[in-house]
Design a protein around this ligand. Sequence first.
Ligand code: MN
Length: 301
Amino acid sequence: MSELPTTPSSDANPLRQMLLAREATLGENMLIRRLLPHRQRRMIGAWCFFDHAGPADVSQGPGVRVGPHPHTGLQTFSWMVDGEILHRDSLGYEQLLQKGQVNLMTAGRGIAHSEESPAQRSDVLQLAQFWIALPQDKRFIEPAFEHYPELPRLTHQNALLTVLVGEFMAQRSPVVVYSDLVGVDITTTQPTQLDLPLNPRFEYGLAVLTGHAQADGQDLTPGSLLYFSPGQSHLTLNITEASQIILIGGAPFNENIFLYWNFVERNKAEVLESIRLWHETDHFGVVKNYDGPPLAAPKLT
Ligand code: MN
């Protein structure tokens, strides 16, 4: 095993946390690992939600079916690792998301969408889905949707890096976000040791989707997220087998969010108002052509 990276003298003891996922069900039948939010770590930068779905066999049955539901105050960022998902939203977008592509939905003041496995699909589905909290001055922007069929890629020390969000090793993702963030997919087909530059202003999280790696003497396997506090300028990752790994990071988000169901607000009163708007008004618009009922918000007491 390699020597651990030396931490900068300005921060001799950056905080490390190993966060273990909770298992949950997405829609009707998809097992997912929820890595964020975590009781011990609500956010990493503006990243406030991280689900790892699959890999799962969706060749039989309905696959993923998540009926129309609203969002506010966030961007949903969907990274398709394997397979396909069909997105529909209340702006009228209908977009198939395929392996290696990103869907970015900016909820702003409010949008509704559905997600489902298309009838014609691959046998295996694997998806990393994130939420990015919008800062105060962008919380109420108009909703928007963008599909990114390709993202910048580079090879580095036998790994294929895809820059999902922000800038990494001089490559910049076209994905539009509203705070200082980075997201990188690291894919290897063989064991390798990777030296990665970090931004000392950022906090980071490292999650193995498939495979195995070691960082800072910690074993990383699917279902765990290793957190690093700011103050570190590089990371050595010892990848021991063919693996797919996600690195997320960002400047600490200096606002207290109130996350409930699919809403990112600032307090309970705002959540109650969003629930009311969803159940009683057409504020979020209508998702057309989804074959099923909209989802109801769980009661907030
Ligand atoms: Mn959603």
